[in-house]
Design a protein around this ligand. Structure first.
Ligand code: G
Ligand code: G
Ligand code: MN
Length: 629
């Protein structure tokens, strides 16, 4: 008598998993198709197992043909189930780039051979005979052997690809194989209990929890897929060398909207947008990446990006109705005009996210940008960043010096240190390219320290007085004050090199003078330690004399723009301003002096120092040491 106590509950649980799985959207990747096949085949196998055994028990009432039919069907599904578990394991390994062995190519051969033996059984009796119920034939063991093969191969492959697999992947995959092997043993030892169905259910649960829960791939705002899903789909297309196209877009000023209107309302709007996307573009996969960035991707021949853009633009011309009111959102698009299959996936995603973030915050961003262009621009930026990291690590930043001359004598009396970065070919990367990057990405503190160290080393190693150099100006970025340690670090560096702080003048721009008590505190501390301060680029921003007096500046550097403008229209403002500065006992440096006429005129209206190409360009330290010819 067969025992159905395991099979029937297993069947019921399976129905719940299937129902849940079918209700959720899924991305079109091989892992998902394999899992879907496992579910369908397993449910058929369990039902066939029940029917077949019931027929076997009551064989007297049925024709042997019926017994044969159900037996053959059952064994075919049973073998296919193991085969699909195997295909699933292989697809996970492949998706993680961990499939090293080629052994799996032989798997179908074993499968077909085994099925052939089974199908020949009515004639040969090799696997089964049917006579007064079922009886195993001489090759019956093949069924177990074949199943065992499909479980052992992944174990070997998991071991060989272990470095590419995460801990969770390994646990899930190994557990899956072990459960199925245990199931085989149990079926062998307890043939009347039909326990295999419970073991396959356990294996399905393991897959579901580790890899296939559809929620792992869904945006938490519902309906559309998420960033890991995007990556999984692109990786599969990349592996299969599929041609595909992409249209991505970003909600303008997403983060500001979030702050102004509140997270809850933004989430409501996002849910509406997500719903609209899935309802409108049913044939395509829609992904919500992050920070208001979306992507729609599809096979090249099915993606009409123009049409999708048009539909989106039409819909976004209308407001989104949330519970808190109507909501207008502007879009910027970024699209691939060519097939994208050649690009490495992670670099592509990285680029896409960076350019979408940038366009999303750019008020002028309008129209449709092309992804391959931004790929280039961004890989340039990444290049700059790489060079900067390298130069910071190896202390190979270059520091150039530009003389500052005394306006009366024309002799050099000081210098400004200007940092330079070289790329791999030794060409100079413009400071505006890497200083902003360093400020934004948190490299500026190390950069500033390295510049100061090199300046100190220069002062220590050379006879400043003999050169007539009294001090060296070092630029400071306001971001450097974000670190409380800066005053302490600067003094340490000076002590280390035995340089007196009055040899260093720190240049700050007006933008640094935002009312920020931490900054004021640190400037005061540095000033008390003996550093002098110069105000850089005066006149380039919102100049405010009251503000200037709150800081311990001794020198004001007039911005090059202001100087050049003065020679265009001789505005009387500049002389008046210089008069005021002199009354407040600031010394004055004019920047950007390019000819003798400028030097003469500026001396007459009261500049103490000059800096500019007329006297000297910024030059490497070694060159600075050579006496002028
Ligand atoms: O020569 P030049 O193109 O280097 O200068 C570009 C800008 O880079 C200047 O306005 C200057 O303020 C800034 N800069 C140059 N060197 C440094 C430095 O060492 N630190 C900081 N924070 N800015 C610098
Ligand atoms: O720190 P600051 O923003 O002042 O940096 C000075 C910048 O001005 C540097 O980029 C330097 O190369 C540049 N510079 C220095 N002298 C001249 C000059 O005479 N003409 C022009 N156009 N640029 C100059
Ligand atoms: Mn400067």
């Amino acid at each position: 008598m067969m025992n159905y106590h395991f099979t029937i509950p297993s069947l019921l649980v399976l129905v719940i998993i299937m129902g849940y799985y079918f209700m959720r959207p899924r991305i079109p990747i091989r892992m998902n198709r394999a899992f879907l096949a496992i579910l369908v085949i397993d449910i058929c196998t369990v039902i066939l197992d029940l029917v077949r055994n019931r027929l076997g028990e009551t064989w007297q009432n049925h024709s042997p043909v019926l017994l044969w039919v159900f037996n053959l069907l059952f064994v075919c599904f049973y073998l296919t189930l193991f085969y699909m578990f195997f295909v699933f394991s292989v697809s996970v390994l492949d998706a993680r780039g961990a499939l090293r062995s080629r052994l799996h190519r032989f798997a179908p051969t074993i499968y077909y051979a085994c099925i052939a033996v089974e199908l020949s059984s009515p004639a040969t009796g090799w696997m089964y005979t049917v006579q007064d119920g079922y009886h195993p034939g001489p090759l019956h063991f093949l069924m177990y052997a074949c199943a065992a093969c499909y479980m052992t191969f992944p174990l070997i492959a998991i071991y060989r690809g272990r470095r590419k697999l995460s801990g969770g992947d390994k646990t899930g995959l190994v557990a899956l194989q072990m459960i199925m092997i245990a199931g085989l043993f149990a079926r062998f030892a307890l043939p009347n209990y039909l326990v295999m169905d419970t073991f396959s259910l356990m294996a399905i649960m393991v897959i579901f929890l580790s890899f296939q829960n559809p929620d792992l791939f869904l945006s938490d705002r519902g309906y559309v897929f998420n960033l890991p899903a995007f990556r999984a789909v692109l990786l599969e297309w990349h592996r299969k060398k599929r041609s595909w196209r992409l249209l991505s877009f970003v909600l303008q000023n997403y983060n500001e909207h979030r702050e102004i209107f509140g997270g809850q309302q933004m989430d409501e709007a996002l849910a509406l947008i997500n719903r609209f996307l899935t309802d409108t573009f049913r044939g395509h996969c829609c992904f919500y990446l992050r920070n208001g960035c979306y992507a729609i991707a599809g096979p090249e021949e099915e993606m009409d990006t123009d049409q999708i853009c048009e539909v989106l633009e039409m819909r976004f011309a209308e407001p989104w109705k949330t519970s808190a009111g109507d909501f207008m959102i502007r879009l910027s698009f970024l699209r691939s005009d060519t097939d994208m299959h050649g690009y490495p996936v992670d670099r592509l995603i990285n680029t896409l996210l960076i350019s979408l973030d940038e366009t999303g915050q750019d008020p002028q961003a309008e129209g449709k940008l092309v992804l391959s262009d931004s790929m280039e621009a961004i890989s340039e930026k990444l290049d700059v960043r790489r060079c900067l990291e390298k130069a910071l690590d190896n202390k190979t930043l270059d520091v150039f010096l530009q003389p500052i001359v005394n306006s009366d004598t024309g002799e050099r009396t000081a210098a400004e240190a200007l940092v330079r970065l070289r790329n791999d070919e030794g060409k100079i990367i413009r400071p505006d390219l890497f200083i902003t990057l360093a400020e934004r990405d948190g490299y500026i503190i190390r950069l500033g320290e390295q510049v100061l160290e090199k300046v100190c080393a220069f002062i220590r190693d050379n006879d400043m007085d003999a050169m007539g150099i009294h001090w060296i100006n070092v630029n400071l970025s306001p971001n450097q004050f974000m670190s409380r340690e800066v005053p302490e670090r600067f003094q340490e560096i000076l002590r280390e090199y035995g340089v007196s702080p009055d040899r260093i003048h720190l240049e700050l721009t007006e933008q640094s003078m935002i009312d920020f008590s931490l900054m004021k505190e640190q400037i005061r501390a540095l000033h008390e330690a003996g550093f002098e301060f110069a105000l850089d680029d005066y006149g380039s921003g919102y100049s405010n004399l009251t503000r200037v007096r709150q800081y311990p500046f001794s020198n004001i550097k007039i911005d090059m723009e202001v100087v050049h403008n003065y020679f265009r229209d001789r505005d009387p403002l500049l002389p008046a301003l210089l008069q005021a500065f002199r009354k407040m006992s600031f010394s004055i440096t004019a920047e950007g002096i390019e000819n003798a006429e400028m030097a003469d005129a500026l001396r007459d209206i009261g500049c103490d120092y000059f800096q500019g190409y007329y006297f000297c360009r910024p030059m490497p330290m070694e060159e600075f040491l050579r006496p002028a010819s």
